[in-house]
Design a protein around this ligand. Structure first.
Ligand SMILES: *Cc1c(COP(=O)(O)O)cnc(C)c1O
Length: 354
């Protein structure tokens, strides 16, 4: 039987290995991990591989992904990374812990938690400079005071998210600030915060720097588990697999063509006016994959093959050694953006390898 093209090949054993190494590394200082499944759309087999690798929590930003995993029988504590007011009732039904920053949303969660006779746990996200989600530290005490008046809601902890929107690096200063806030909350309100979630795959350098981790006892990791990298400098983490996902596409044309287009140059299919360098006649190949499927700038092929450009359905490759024939398969490594888009494309088959 021929394999479907294009396809993304997913190595479950490599994801399990990566998760195990990371749970052991972070576990040395008592930091638990949430395996973040959004880049794989909550693929149940991938979630299972992360659980086998040692994570207790599976976190996702989309409730549909969590529902998919639960339906498939995945047993874990499910964490929702992004909570919308309109989804409050489904959150109560499907999620154990949700990340929150708005009191209206938490009130709505409390309302439905009561209706469903459940206690819902929340992590309050604090703004520490990256300017994505977060309660401002100065507003935190009043926020907690109001939250504590709600029944059926338990504050499981606090957290922060850096290096996402503002590109702010997790360091000793912002991590100390988070620890200090946690300590102040515990003291002021006489409550225990089980979870102090310090961030994501960008926290690796801070953790490895040997500074005190304070009260930080959790991280939420996607990219490090899937691609084996930290994300401040996008360096590979020693011992981790960096090719657990491979995107395979089919060559549909292989010809010699000039490197300069012929005729007057206008806008391309995406509204850009392309520029070209004259490299004479080149051996080029086209693969049946395009910008509708994947963030092409996040693809990387072997050293002899260069990606020249792409339109919605075609990627043009420079193939100087003429290795590619019609019908051949070309394999690409992916960065996080390419992984996210390829997993979301309905045209790309997801092939799970043990
Ligand atoms: C996506 C996401 C993560 C995971 O980030 P990685 O860089 O993939 O480790 C963690 N926390 C939140 C809130 C997220 O939205």
């Amino acid at each position: 039987m021929r394999s479907h093209l294009p396809r993304i090949e997913i190595s479950l054993s490599q994801i399990r290995d990566n998760t195990r190494l990371l749970t052991e590394l972070y576990g040395q200082k008592g930091v638990s991990l949430m395996g973040v499944s959004k880049a794989v759309l909550g693929n149940p087999a991938v979630a299972e591989a992360m659980i086998q690798g040692g994570v207790k929590f599976i976190a996702d930003s989309r409730i549909e992904n969590i529902q998919r995993m639960k339906l498939a029988g995945i047993a874990a504590q499910f964490v929702l990374l992004r909570t919308a007011l309109s989804q409050a009732e489904s959150v109560i039904e499907s999620v154990d812990i949700s990340l929150n920053t708005e009191i209206e949303t938490i009130q709505k969660l409390a309302y439905f938690a009561k209706a469903h006779q459940k206690t819902h746990q929340i992590i309050l996200m604090v703004e520490l400079g990256d300017l994505r989600e977060g309660i401002l530290p100065c507003d935190l005490p009043q926020f907690i005071r109001e939250t504590l008046t709600l029944s059926h809601i338990k504050i499981a902890g606090i957290g922060c998210n850096l290096a996402c929107y503002g590109g702010v690096k997790p360091d000793g200063r912002n991590m100390h600030k988070l620890s200090k806030l946690a300590a102040e909350i515990e003291k002021t309100f006489q409550i225990r915060l089980d979870i102090v979630s310090g961030g994501n795959s960008a926290n690796y350098d801070w953790y490895q720097s040997g500074q005190a981790i304070g009260k930080v006892n959790n991280l939420r990791l996607g990219e490090s588990i899937f691609l084996g990298r930290e994300i401040v400098n996008r360096k590979a983490i020693p011992g981790l697999h960096t090719h657990a996902f491979q995107l395979i596409a089919e060559v549909i044309e292989s010809k010699k063509k000039p490197s300069l287009p012929v005729g007057e140059i206008c806008q391309d299919a995406f509204g850009n006016v392309p520029k070209f360098e004259d490299r004479g006649i080149c051996r080029r190949a086209i693969v049946a994959l395009g910008r509708q499927d994947v963030l092409v700038s996040g693809l990387e092929s072997s050293s002899q093959i260069e990606i020249l450009g792409a339109s919605s359905d075609h990627i043009i490759l420079n193939d100087p050694n003429h290795r590619l024939q019609v019908g051949d398969e070309v394999s690409f490594n992916l960065d996080y953006g390419a992984l996210l888009t390829a997993m979301t494309s309905p045209f790309i088959k997801k092939q799970l390898n043990r």
